[in-house]
Design a protein around this ligand. Structure first.
Ligand code: KIV
Length: 278
């Protein structure tokens, strides 16, 4: 039976019902269709595609065109899953008008269900402007990869009393601006709990501990597709890279040994080959 697609209103409802839900990233049709076949509630087409799909070191070089190119096939592949489209660096930082133009483009050209953007109190006016024109916004605070260089790299955030207080104030600001949910990345569990306690929209945690209504993971991390890269907060639920390398080596060995393809994998109809004329 097809699962029931979540709506924006379900985010708060699930939290109020004490129901835990999950979000993973996907960036292409096939992966999206695999996620769609699972119980996962949400797909985030994150600008993390800069690293996972394009081989960049950060998300900063990802463009609107890249995002639209990847969100479209995900929407096609996952019709029963709520899809978040991530606003890339430079697509909303100029302010509300630029954000509205690019968010409208993202929604209209991909048919995703909401947009996500990074930032707390400083982007609250932009979130308000987007919500006022009818665009559902998921905020993203804590470690915000687009501005990670300005805080000294990919580090745990909110690890001091002042940092924790700032996160809570940011969370309250994005909620007041109309965000329907909020990603919280890389913060101590106790701080994440305090953030969730301070607001009434659900916190979608990634590296933010167990006490949140929703957990987010990057597909490539949780499937162990990178090999040697594993952030502390990632649990590898499968080891796909090793499985794939094993399959490729089996293909290579069987081909080299003449063991593949057997008649089972060949078209075996007998055809008389006429003599070739000069
Ligand atoms: O781009 C992304 O995948 C994200 C997650 C890390 C939440 O923003």
């Amino acid at each position: 039976m097809a699962k029931k697609k979540m709506t924006v209103l379900d985010f708060k409802k699930y939290m109020q019902e004490g129901r835990r839900f999950t979000c993973v990233t996907a960036y292409d049709y096939t992966t999206a269709s695999i996620v769609n076949d699972s119980d996962t509630d949400i797909i985030l087409v994150g600008d993390s595609l800069g690293m996972t799909m394009l081989g960049y070191n950060t998300t900063v070089g990802v463009t609107m065109e890249d995002m639209i190119h990847h969100i479209r096939p995900v929407v096609k592949g996952a019709p029963d899953t709520f899809i978040m489209g991530d606003m890339p660096f430079g697509s909303y930082q100029e302010g509300p008008q630029q954000a509205i133009r690019n968010a409208c483009r993202m929604l209209a050209e991909t048919n995703c269900d909401c947009i996500k953007l990074e930032g707390g109190g400083s982007v609250a006016p932009t979130i308000r402007a987007l919500v006022d024109v009818g665009i559902p916004v998921c905020a993203h605070i804590g470690l915000t990869p687009q501005s990670a260089t300005s805080v000294g790299g990919f580090k745990v955030q909110g690890g001091t009393p002042e940092g924790a207080k700032k996160l809570i104030l940011d969370a309250k600001a994005v909620e007041a601006a109309g965000a329907f949910a909020m990603v919280l990345e890389c913060v101590p569990s106790v701080v994440a709990q305090a953030v969730q306690a301070a607001i009434s929209i659900p916190v979608l945690g990634i590296g933010a501990g167990p006490e949140l209504p929703c957990q987010v993971l990057i597909f490539h991390d949780m499937m162990d597709m990178y090999g040697d890269f594993k952030p502390k907060f990632v649990k590898q639920f499968a080891h796909i890279r090793a499985e794939m390398v094993g399959a490729l080596n089996a293909f290579h060995t069987e081909t080299a040994d003449g063991a593949f393809p057997t008649p089972e994998f060949s078209f075996n109809k007998q055809v008389e080959i006429p003599p070739l004329e000069d």
